[in-house]
Every structure is written in C-alpha cells, then in structure tokens.
Design a protein around this ligand. Structure first.
Ligand SMILES: [Zn+2]
Length: 485
C-alpha cells in the first residue's frame, strides 16, 4: 500500500508542464503513458502496446481508404542492392547521408553491399520494369506497410527515429495527368484522415524546390500545428514524373503503339502521426486522445466502500459488457487502488470518457460521466447507456477538431513586412502566411534569420499582389512559413 501511495502522489507531477518545457513534456507523456521506450540501439524506439494500439487504429483507418480508392497491399524486401539505389542521381544524393548498409552475411563479405531500405522507389521501380509491358498493365496501384531505416543523429520518439513504421504507396500511370490526379487524391485522403480520425487540422499544399522529395517532380504535403506553435509535416505525396521510370527503364507500349516511360507517384505517412496526435491534443495532465484512435474510448471506474467488489463491481461489469457489445472500446479498472489515483492515470493516458459508478448511482440507476477534453461532469441514465456514450464520443471527436482548428487560427498571421515577419517568429510562434519571390536563396536567408521554413504553398493559389516579404521582388506565391519539427 505504501508503494501505491508514493506512486499516486507523484503521478501527475512527474509530467513537466507544457509552458515550462514543451519537449520535456512530450518525452514525459511518451514515457508515463507507456507509449514507447528507448531501446539498446541508439535512435531506435520500442513501441509499447498502448502506443502500438494507437498506431493500429491509424493504420486501419488509412488502409480502409487506400483499398476504397483501388490500391492493393504488397510486400517488398528490406534489402536493396546498392547499385539500384544509385540509379536515380538526385534520389541517391538525397538519401546517401542516412543510409545503413549490410556488408556481411553468413560469415562472408557480400559481393555487393545491401542497403537497408530508407524508402522503396528503387525496388518498386525495378519490379515495375519487369511487370509493365503495355498500357493494359496500367495503372499499378500498390501500397506496402513496412519499416524503414534512416540513420538519424538527433532522434525523438515517434517524431524522428532511425527505424520507423510507415506505409509507402507506389503507383505507375499512362499519363502525367493521371499521376498528378493520384498524387492529389492521396493528399486529400491524408488530409481527411488527419481531420476526421486524428481530429488534427492540416494545411495542404505544394513544397518548394528545396524541400521536395529527392527525385520527385513535385512534392505535396499536409502540415499540422503542434501545441508549441511548431509545424509538423504529417504526410507527403510525390508526383515523380518520369524520373524513376527513366532511371529504372519502366516502359510500356502505349495505345498508339509507341514505347513510352510510365509516370510515377509515391506517398507516405508514418508512426510520426502518433507524435502528432500527442502534440496536437495533449495538456498538462497528459495525453488526450480523439475517440477514433483511442485504444480505450471509455474507462469504467467502480467507486465504493470496502465491499465494493460485492456491491458495485457486478454493475460495473454489466456496463462494460453493454458498451463492448455496442462496439465501444472499453476497459474496466478493477484494481485495488483509490479512485482518485485511477482518475489521474486514465487522464494521463488520454481516455476520452470516464464512467464512475458507486452505490448511490446504482440506487438512482445512473452513472457519472466525465469528459477528458472539457472535464465536464454529468449523470447519464443507465437505460440506453451505449447510445448516449456513442453520441458523446462523436461529440468529443468533433469538439477536439474544433479546438485544434481554433488554436491554429489564433496562431496564424498574414504578414507583409520583413520586420513584422521576424518579430512574429521570435514571439508567439505559429504559421506566418507571406508572399515569396520563389528564390531558393531568399528562402534560405529567411531560415537563417528566423529559423522558419516554407512548410508549403496553396495548390492553385493566386499570385499575391504584394512583393516578397524579404527581398521586395515580385512575389510568385503565398507561402506558409513556420518553425518546424
Ligand atoms: Zn524574395
């Protein structure tokens, strides 16, 4: 008992307040909510069951959408011969500093070094060259769920780790227009899953030349604003043009019998999204999960005196069974701990709804319900409880998106002068929308001066009439700037 007492007293105070140190807060939440842990391999993380359950829910939501839009899952090897990676010049240059190699196998030095995949364009391209002969073979719409390795110097659980989990889509098409439509369709798909499932508003747009994927023609991204005002790139979709088709000789006989190169796309989101959920919604009490990705949407906590196991627990079990039958993810906390201790723990782990039931509630045939997001407390009649809880979960899902959207709007400013821009980036951070001339040098200087980078630019956006925020030359686009992860 004394051990538990000590645990309860230190429970919430173990989380650093966000206002004091946001990145410390993040690491505290990851550890205390048992989402992930450091591993013996530097830069690699162990995703613990609670963190993995969140990832599985994100994965299932995405997988449904990929399949609905005609994609099939496949699996390609972890190892890629070095000579394949080096075929696309920009691609190899972009990835070379982060590549891990296998040089020995079966006790012998390998004739050719193998790359541990940092991404799979090279191996998909090689196979597509074999599989595609005619326009009748197109489009090919494949996705794989896999791990990738990118050697990182500075790592942070979920946000940047040497090995991470993701999905990578790779498609091949007859025309540029089809590839572009696919790239944009996936961008829209990522945005709607972010908003509808993660309750995380995102800004969709196109990346500047300096920020695009190594080897792509165009990169589009979704960008989200985290609780500390920094942006997080949450997903990317690339129109590869014919770059990889030319490097890997992926040709087909077209409808007019001419031989042409295919047009490619690739796109991915990763376990980084778990980090995005933590930093979009969490507060000083810990994690706050949108119901759609909460491993437990509801926790039932029995309240009572010494004999609660005989008097209250059977009722609590009945509630658990009812909710579970209605398809609600529910857990019953019947441990021998004080209710107050349990409340803090489940708040810390971000469970959207807590149901409390005690002897008085049983008499009145009701339960006490507490929302994690607003902390509102109310009573619900026991009758038709699953329907009421289902409606409440939907309400929470929407309220969390609204709250995050409001936060982003408060932290987004339109700026026309460089002084105002610099000041905005020094103070309260967030998004700054400003006209930009399109010059890479100008973009680089802005980064030196303010640490802010162009996150993306609206697709088909109008050319602003005001000049570039830094150099005063005519603007080419309106860019969304932010300090980023
Ligand atoms: Zn400029």
């Amino acid at each position: 008992m004394t051990k538990n007492k000590a645990k309860s007293d230190s429970f919430v105070t173990e989380i650093t307040p966000q206002s004091q140190d946001f990145s410390r807060w993040y690491l505290d939440v990851v550890r205390r909510a048992e989402l992930a842990d450091y591993s013996p391999v530097k830069g690699c993380m162990v995703i613990r069951p609670y963190g993995y359950a969140i990832w599985e829910l994100i994965q299932q939501a995405l997988d449904r959408e990929f399949k609905r839009t005609g994609h099939l899952n496949a699996y390609f090897p972890l190892f890629i011969p070095e000579s394949l990676l080096t075929r696309e010049a920009e691609h190899v240059e972009g990835f070379a500093p982060q590549v891990a190699y296998v040089t020995h196998g079966g006790g012998e030095e390998l004739e050719e070094k193998l790359v541990v995949r940092p991404t799979s364009e090279a191996i998909f391209g090689t196979m597509y060259a074999k599989w595609i002969q005619s326009w009748r073979d197109l489009p090919i719409l494949l996705n794989q769920w896999a791990n990738v390795v990118r050697w990182e110097k500075v790592t942070r659980p979920f946000l940047r780790t040497t090995e991470f989990l993701w999905q990578e889509g790779h498609t091949a098409h007859e025309t540029f227009e089809e590839a572009e439509a696919e790239t944009r369709m996936i961008l829209d798909l990522y945005a709607s899953v972010s908003e509808d499932v993660l309750a995380m508003p995102v800004v969709k747009g196109i990346k500047s030349e300096s920020e695009k994927f190594a080897g792509a023609l165009r990169t589009y991204s979704i960008e989200a604003l985290m609780g500390d005002g920094r942006a997080l790139q949450a997903g990317t979709s690339h129109n590869l043009g014919q770059n990889f088709a030319k490097a890997f000789d992926i040709t087909f006989q077209a409808r007019d019998k001419s031989v042409q190169h295919v047009w490619g796309t690739s796109w991915g989101v990763s376990t980084r999204l778990v980090g995005a959920v933590i930093m979009t919604h969490g507060d000083d009490s810990g994690l706050m999960l949108p119901p759609a990705v909460a491993p437990y949407q509801v926790v039932v906590v029995p309240i009572g005196r010494d004999n609660w196991r005989e008097t209250v627990l059977p009722h609590a079990r009945e509630i658990e069974a009812q909710l579970s039958r209605a398809g609600i993810r529910v857990t019953l906390d019947d441990r021998d701990e004080r209710p107050g201790w349990k409340f803090s723990e489940w708040e810390l782990r971000g469970v959207p709804v807590r149901l409390e039931i005690g002897p008085k509630d049983i008499e009145k045939s009701q339960v006490v319900v507490v929302r994690r997001d607003s902390r509102e407390k109310a009573s619900l009649p026991m009758e038709a409880l699953p329907q009421a809880v289902g409606a409440l979960l939907e309400d929470i899902q929407h309220a969390m998106l609204d709250r995050a959207l409001k936060f982003r709007e408060e932290r987004t400013q339109r700026l026309e002068t460089y002084d105002a821009f610099k000041q905005a980036m020094e103070g309260r951070p967030g998004f700054a929308i400003a006209p930009w001339c399109g010059s890479t040098d100008c973009e680089a200087q802005i980064k030196v001066d303010t640490q802010a980078t162009i996150r993306n630019m609206p697709i088909d956006g109008e050319v602003p009439s005001n000049p570039c925020v830094r150099c005063g030359k005519p603007a080419q686009a309106e860019a969304w700037f932010a300090k980023s992860y």
